[in-house]
Design a protein around this ligand. Sequence first.
Ligand code: UGA
Length: 476
Amino acid sequence: MAAVRDRKSGGPGKEPIAVLGMGHVGLPTALGFAELGWQVLGADDMVEKIDHLKTGKATFYEPDMQELLTKHLASGRFQPTKDVDAAVAAARVVFVCVGTPQRENGAADLSQIESVARTIARNLNGYKLVVEKSTVPASTAERIKRTIGRYARTETPANGTNGRRAAGKESGARFDVASNPEFLQEGKAIHNFFHPERIVIGVESDQARQLLEDIYRPLKCPIVVTDLATSELIKHSANAFLSTKISFINMISDICDAVGADVASVARGIGLDPRIGHQFLSAGIGFGGYCFPKDLKALLYLAEEHGVPGGILRAVEDVNLRRIEVFMDKLRHALWVLQGKKIAVLGLAFKPLTDDIRESPALRVVEELLKEGAAVRLYDPEAMPAAQQVYPEAPGRVDYCRSAYEAARGAHAVVITTEWEEFRKLNWKKMQEAMEVPVLVDGRNLLDPSAMREAGFEYFSMGRGSRQVAMTASAK
Ligand code: UGA
């Protein structure tokens, strides 16, 4: 973690930094700024969220976050507030971290961004730098500019505004809009904040650039300075490219299953080429979460809206949607009939180290199992409270268990749907003893196939020749 600097003056200049939106982006970002030494107002109009934070408890699980929250509530450098207007009025730099969910047609729903722009316009009491951090389609910053200009003018009629510079409540109030996309990964958000590979800033003035460079100065990494639309597009392109890598390796994984090859070795073999790289080449049940599926759709929508064929992005999405079917086929192949079987599902979060279940492939597996009449015994180290909201406990059909061992009790198969480290370290012999039938379907390629087979499991995984091996074994 970066060393704490004691900047008695607060944010750059005398004012605090305002972070609007205390969700998965806003809260780690606000706490990160506080740790860098800035005075931060964390604003959200969801009263319960702010009340929760004020009691000193993090609103969601993220490694190291609770520690930072406790530290900076105590240091006074992080102040949660439900008064968004007052936070904007007090700050010179305002980071916009509100949600940009998906509309039915795939486009991003920017209503929260628009609402924040109007709030900023209402409170334009001096120069402000408005920094768009939420993931948004290219050209959103232009719309934010237009909205602030328009509403600021409405609040205080004609005061010699010219485009970007709008008249606010006070004479001469000006603003800049900048784009500064976040690249935080859930489960590593705090680490990512302090160790970024790059910081991207899209700016239109030296003042905006200077302010952002000052804020981030303690973090040592390249800063990419661009115009607004380019910066916005960098974020969408990064997520789309990473999703593409995952779908690519997943397609290769299916070919590996068909020809008896090993996808992990293929990934290693291609990943050693630095032009390809090792990361994001883990085959499995596909990508989920609040970002990849939604951002892919939004970029596809943007492309097609502008007449650019989005074929490659559509293919990435199609491959991803098919992953659950591929996984279910393996389970059906192993158990023949799923109706009436007990399946232990290990992992509900969309990935490890988070309690986030949004767009989780694991939950899609649960849904399929229930549709086929199987009973599910669920375990996840962090995500069970969230999952219970979607699939309430129904004894004998949906059971939440206190451990993986409890989930395995009487199960006809164990499936791994999230690659928590805890599952790798399980005593698999003990797991097997608790099960009715020793079938293990590893949707995340977490375990070593030969070790599992030696331990007596019928073990299936994704693209590691498991189907052939199992078929050969059962033919003997
Ligand atoms: C992603 C990006 O990685 C971040 O850089 C970005 O800031 C963030 O979206 C965002 O836009 O806010 P995140 O959604 O937290 O971060 O999670 P990832 O670690 O990227 O994983 C996404 C999904 O891909 C997970 O379901 C994961 O299991 C899956 N995945 C990842 C694979 O199936 N295979 C891989 O090799 C890697």
